[in-house]
Write a protein that binds this ligand. Sequence first.
Ligand SMILES: Cc1cc2nc3c(=O)[nH]c(=O)nc-3n(C[C@H](O)[C@H](O)[C@H](O)COP(=O)(O)O)c2cc1C
Length: 315
Amino acid sequence: MWKTKFTQLLNIDYPIIQGAMAYISDGKLAAAMSHAGCAGVIASGGFSPDEVRNEIRRFKDIAGPNKVFGVNLMLQNRNKDDIAQIACDEKVPFVTIGAGNPVPWLEPLHAHGIKCVTVVPNAKLARRVQDAGADALVIEGMEAGGHDGKITLMALMENVLPDIEIPVVAAGGIVDGRGIAAALVMGASGVQMGTRFLLAEECRLHPNAKQAIIQAADTDSTVTGFSKNNSVRGLKNTFTEKYLQAEYQGASREDLETLSRGTNKIAAVDGDVENGFVLAGMSLTHLRQIEPVSDIIAQITKETEEVLQKATSKI
Ligand SMILES: Cc1cc2nc3c(=O)[nH]c(=O)nc-3n(C[C@H](O)[C@H](O)[C@H](O)COP(=O)(O)O)c2cc1C
């Protein structure tokens, strides 16, 4: 059990969040995170509002009624009002808010006792959401799987951390205890990880996609949509080759959207890892086995403690 600003905010043992993953992160995965003393986030991307409500109830059935978990509110999604209403009705402990301006959402969610953890891509927005009353921030570097900004996590930590008082959670490319220790030493109060938990036993990602991640190394991820400010990171394959060729031959945003429509689901749910897009971050080389969440957390927390203990002997 560790004590950081973020563990105190959420009342959890370790400041590790399993980030929302569209089509993938459900009540079962979040319950496994809770059981391991951490917090999981139920995705809303790829799930209907009814499915989100069912996953919240599934979490409560497995983990117990008063355990901590989050729901992801994606502000570019059409169903955002429904998801926010469900979060309020179900008394969700916290939401992670991304892909838009979170400021107008803070007051109504706070009024229902929901903590607001906002995902921000730069220092300016970090200060703005802090001033508006966000409870914590996630800074997500371009190493991350899924939708990305254009700044690395190291640069975000350098730019954001000195100015922010509320807990800051570092995300993007962290898969082990060395990464967690580095983020904590930099001044973050916690980490959010996605890709590492794709290989959790409790994760519903299609087995073909899990195998594709196991076989991948550092150079095997790529970003689509960078030139259109719509970056998405995942594994290189037939789909990304086709998309990137079209993107760099000047295809319109609409044509690119048509090309990519449905590709997350094709990989994550149907298991076609060539024509679908397997979203994953850059830190892939050492992800080699499928393990229960409890083993992953035991391993990475032990490693973090060892790395931090040895840290002062480095100079
Ligand atoms: C398969 C996948 C799907 C994701 N979907 C979402 C999402 O729906 N909403 C969101 O806010 N972040 C999403 N993310 C980002 C994660 O929540 C997390 O911030 C990111 O995975 C951290 O970087 P890492 O993958 O290097 O650990 C997704 C990431 C992955 C790998």
